[in-house]
Design a protein around this ligand. Structure first.
Ligand code: AMP
Ligand code: GLY
Length: 423
């Protein structure tokens, strides 16, 4: 079968590499993909250009589609492809609202009693500014819509919150995504990402993971798309997992069904393990990046089998199995990311990475026959090993063989998780 994968980052490369292991798949097209994806044929069609995606699918004998990024999902890419008879992995636009609108997801959680931070919604800047004048600090201000992962401001003071409201609602730094804001209580505790497969009937959590969002070591500097990940996340104990299933995962699936927005695909739970128990920080309607780069290497079951069952509503029939051991992904970025950075430097990748590591390319292109850097996050190096300690050490060693002029990486990916393991 020929399939298409929509998207172009490291997450998509990890999905493509895993799907390439499936015997049922003959050919994978990546729309648009990137120059480092050797397992797929990259096609110059943008991930948000839904008419062009539909046209491509119609003319290339496509049997299945995986829509990986949030934008096309929220824009209805799955609806458009299924309308022409192509089964997809991913939620409908109606279900993707769980990520597409923070107001929607917060109201859903309130209505169905799913634990999350207390919050208020505002569509007028005057009312929002009035509210923060007396609100407790720190306080969290979130733009309602998609904002490339940057629409969340953690404000230490009321003045900061006021300035943030002006940027989001007045200056429209995230465009229409800032027409409404959620202002919410600041929660404390370790964060856990749990991606799950769901067909709207059952929910199958994947191995838990931990992202490292800040640019600098020891969680300093600006927020990024993610500078590295480890899996499993040691803060996600069996007790926490049980509570999450009962208090969060199943109630969320049931709530979406009750709202007539059955969710099929990968539902990502961004959780904080507070002293009062696990709470939802955010939902994503898709695989996380770079969580996928540590979760999928630990998957033992054929990914395509799971994806088809997710779409068909037969996920209960699949025995989803995981490997023992741990994984660590170290992101190599262009120095300066997430602000200004230079691209276009020659990228040298080891032919056989040390320790059997995987290299997932996120931002690269082929220029005059040479692979060059082409983005903030350039690639991720993932190692799998029996222990977390070894996985971290091996990922860093394998990363030494990746070369480009302005490479930057954090040096402490996994340190917090290791400290927890050793406690
Ligand atoms: P999000 O874009 O929703 O993932 O938020 C980005 C990051 O902001 C999260 O990973 C958390 O670290 C932090 N964050 C979001 N909401 C809260 C909250 N209510 N309390 C504390 N931290 C938060
Ligand atoms: N790593 C966080 C996300 O994918 O949103």
């Amino acid at each position: 079968m020929n399939i298409i994968v929509i998207g172009s980052g490291g997450r998509e490369h990890a999905i493509i590499k895993k799907l390439a292991e499936s015997r049922e798949i003959d050919k994978i097209y990546a729309l648009p993909g990137n120059g480092g994806m050797a397992e797929a044929e990259c096609v110059n069609v943008g991930a948000k250009d839904i008419p062009a995606i539909v046209e491509f699918a119609k003319t290339h004998d496509i049997g299945f589609a995986v829509v990986a990024p949030d934008d096309p999902l929220v824009l209805g890419c799955v609806d458009a492809l299924e309308e022409i008879g192509i089964p997809c992995f991913g939620p409908s636009a109606a279900a993707a609202q769980i990520e597409g609108s923070k107001v929607f997801s917060k109201n859903l959680m309130k209505k169905y009693g799913i634990p999350t931070a207390a919050y208020e919604v505002f569509d007028s800047i005057e009312a929002a500014r009035e509210y923060v004048k007396t609100a407790p600090t720190p306080i969290v201000v979130k733009a309602d819509g998609l904002a490339l992962g940057k629409g969340v401001l953690i404000c230490a003071t009321r003045e900061e919150a006021d300035a943030g409201l002006r940027e989001i609602m007045e200056d429209k730094m995230f465009g229409d995504s800032g027409n409404r804001v959620v202002i919410e209580e600041f929660l404390e505790g370790p964060e856990v990402s749990v991606l799950s497969f769901t067909d709207g009937k059952v929910v199958v959590p994947m191995i838990s993971s931990m992202d490292h969002k800040r640019a600098g070591d020891n969680d300093t500097g600006l927020n990024t798309g993610g500078m590295g990940t480890v899996a499993p996340n040691p803060y996600y104990t069996a007790d926490v997992a049980e509570r999450c299933m009962k208090e969060i995962f199943l109630p969320t699936i049931n709530a979406m069904n009750a709202e007539g927005r059955t969710f099929k695909g990968c539902l990502y739970f961004g959780l904080m393990i507070t002293k009062d128990g696990p709470k939802v920080i955010e939902y994503n309607c898709r695989f996380g990046d770079p969580e996928t780069q540590v979760v999928l290497p630990l998957l033992d079951t054929d990914l395509f089998t799971i994806m088809k069952a997710t779409q068909a509503g037969t996920l209960a029939d699949v025995d989803v199995k995981w490997k023992n051991g741990s994984a660590c992904c170290v992101i190599m970025a262009s120095d300066g990311y997430p602000k200004k950075y230079e691209s276009g430097f020659e990228l040298t990748l080891p032919e056989c990475p040390r320790h059997g590591a995987q290299i997932y390319v996120a931002g690269a292109k082929i220029k005059d026959g040479v692979l060059v850097t082409g983005g903030g996050r350039v690639l991720g190096v993932t190692a799998v090993a029996p222990t977390l300690k070894e996985a971290v050490a091996n990922a860093y060693e394998a990363a030494e063989d990746v070369k480009f002029a302005n490479a930057y990486k954090r040096n402490d990916i996994g340190a917090r998780a290791l400290a927890c393991v050793q406690e």
